[in-house]
Structure formats: structure tokens, C-alpha cells
Design a protein around this ligand. Structure first.
Ligand code: ZN
Length: 299
């Protein structure tokens, strides 16, 4: 058999193809010439879409970092629970938002006095912050730890007493991992790994690995607080718990929520409000933070 060119039908379709291609070249060349001739930029038709990305650390609302001005030093973000129109729990004449701020300030001062660790506070006065904002402050600052301070309430059960440390529960972590994976095409960072451009599977694995590590590190800090607090601090009989706290849902910052005692118990409330009680609290948590960061540095 000869080549297909001998077939008149194939011949005509080939000619058609060539003329289509030529028409396309003419069209593209024409459009290009038009684009070059017209002052499109000045008319507002830019060729590229540009995004103005906020520089790191310049985002409005980020608190100052205190302590050594050396980014290689570990950073702890201390979060005084509640504030502003949200007083939190109340009891024994106290409001939780005031107790947590007093504890947070004392802890900050203690950590800064010890040196070597940077500190930022989500709030330093009586104003409201959403839970996600608190968490996002720690993430945006690249914190090594996030500690949210609260005081428990047991309603009328004034006999219930002691501190409890919460970490994020496994169930909630899985939901977060699922959400992280669903956002695989967005520019996001987990432990410095840029997720943009990664495949779904790789992003999901990175999110999962990161969260497993963060869960382990959160649990480690919680354990250290209880260890350092033995004999110095009154803990609840079940001092280690986990729950789906929104404020703890950081995929990349080890986080704990410290219910420092019951505002509904007279002794606990008194302790959390007194300078001595605050100092004791700060002493214990500062020690735990230092042991934690020392281990991280040695790992
Ligand atoms: Zn609270």
C-alpha cells in the first residue's frame, strides 16, 4: 500500500489541519501584536496578578516577644484564658479572666527572670481574643510551646479541687489532620516544610507525622508539669486529660491547656489569686518549660 497521502479523503483532512494551524498562528501573532501596541498596563490590564504578602511578624495584632532578642532561642507563648466580654468561670468572688491574667503575668516574669527563653503573651490586659486567634498567634510567631491558662469550675460542687493539664484528644487530632490534607493545594507550612505543590498523599502524611510529633511533645510537657509540680501543687486525682479544645488545635505548636485549679473551690481560688500561689504556679511551669526545651535542644 502507498502512503495515506494518495487517499483523497486523508489528503483533504491534512490540508484542513494545516490551514487550522496557520489560522491559530495568525490569531496568536495578531493578539500579541495588539497587546504590544496597546498600553494595556496603563489601562489597568496587567499581565500578571500580584499578591501583596504580609511580612512575617508584621501582622496586625501579633504581640511583642520579650526576652533575648535572638530568634534561635526557644519561644513560649503564654495564653491567659478568656478576657474582655468573656469573663470565663466565676466563683468565690473571682472571675476566671482576672485569675488567668495574674497567673500568666507571673509565669512570664518568672521565665524572663530565668533567662534564655523568649516569651510572648496572647493578651496582657483585659481584652477579648477568639480561640483561633490565640492559637494563631503562637503559630505566626513560630512558638516552640503554647500554654493556655484557665481555672476550672465545678458549679455548686465547691469540694472539687486541684489542677488538670489537658492536651488535644486523638479524635480531634485526626479531624485536624483530615482538614490539613484537604487543604493540600494551599500554601501552608508545617515545621518549615512548604506544603504547596506536594501531592495529596504527601501532604496528608506530612500533616499526620507533624501532628503525631506535636501530640507527643504536648504530652511530654504535660507530664513534666505534673512531675515538677509534685509536692508543690495540688493536682486533681485525674490530672492528665485530653479533649477537643479549639485553642489546642495547632498542627505545629506543642500545646497544653492548664486548668490551674477550681475557681469554685475556696482554697483553690484563694491560691490562684494570691501572690504566693501565683509564684508557686510559675515556679512549677517554668521548671517544666526549661526541662522541655533542654530536652528538645539535646534531641
Ligand atoms: Zn477557662
Amino acid at each position: 500500500m502507498g502512503p495515506a497521502a494518495l487517499n483523497p479523503v486523508a489528503m483533504s483532512s491534512r490540508v484542513q489541519l494545516w490551514s487550522d494551524a496557520l489560522a491559530l498562528v495568525v490569531l496568536v501573532t495578531g493578539l500579541y501584536a495588539l497587546g504590544a501596541a496597546l498600553p494595556l498596563q496603563r489601562m489597568g490590564y496587567g499581565y500578571a496578578v500580584r499578591f501583596e504578602l504580609p511580612a512575617a511578624g508584621r501582622k496586625i495584632g501579633l504581640p511583642k516577644i520579650e526576652g533575648p532578642q535572638d530568634a534561635s532561642r526557644p519561644l513560649v507563648v503564654i495564653d491567659a484564658g478568656h478576657g474582655g466580654h468573656d469573663p470565663g468561670a466565676s466563683g468565690m468572688g473571682y472571675e476566671e479572666k482576672a485569675l488567668t491574667l495574674g497567673l500568666a503575668r507571673t509565669l512570664r516574669d518568672r521565665v524572663l527572670a530565668g533567662g534564655g527563653i523568649r516569651v510572648a503573651m496572647t493578651r496582657e490586659d483585659d481584652h477579648f481574643l477568639a480561640l483561633a486567634e490565640r492559637r494563631d498567634i503562637a503559630r505566626a510567631l513560630g512558638a516552640g510551646l503554647f500554654i493556655s491558662i484557665h481555672a476550672d469550675s465545678a458549679g455548686d460542687e465547691s469540694g472539687i479541687t486541684g489542677a488538670t493539664i489537658y492536651t488535644l484528644s486523638a479524635k480531634a487530632s485526626d479531624e485536624t489532620a483530615a482538614r490539613m490534607a484537604a487543604r493540600e493545594n494551599r500554601a501552608d507550612r508545617i515545621n518549615g516544610v512548604e506544603l504547596e505543590g506536594q501531592s495529596d498523599t504527601v501532604s496528608a502524611i506530612l500533616a499526620d507525622l507533624s501532628q503525631r510529633r506535636v501530640r507527643e511533645e504536648s504530652t511530654e510537657l504535660a507530664g513534666l508539669i505534673i512531675r515538677e509540680g509534685k509536692g508543690l501543687m495540688a493536682f486533681h486525682p485525674t490530672p492528665r486529660r485530653s479533649a477537643a479544645f479549639v485553642v489546642l488545635k495547632s498542627p505545629d505548636v506543642p500545646s497544653v491547656l492548664f486548668e490551674a485549679g477550681y475557681i469554685t473551690n475556696p482554697e483553690d481560688a484563694q491560691r490562684l489569686a494570691s501572690p504566693e500561689g501565683r509564684q508557686r504556679f510559675a515556679e512549677v511551669v517554668d521548671k517544666a518549660i526549661r526541662v522541655y526545651f533542654a530536652r528538645q535542644a539535646g534531641a
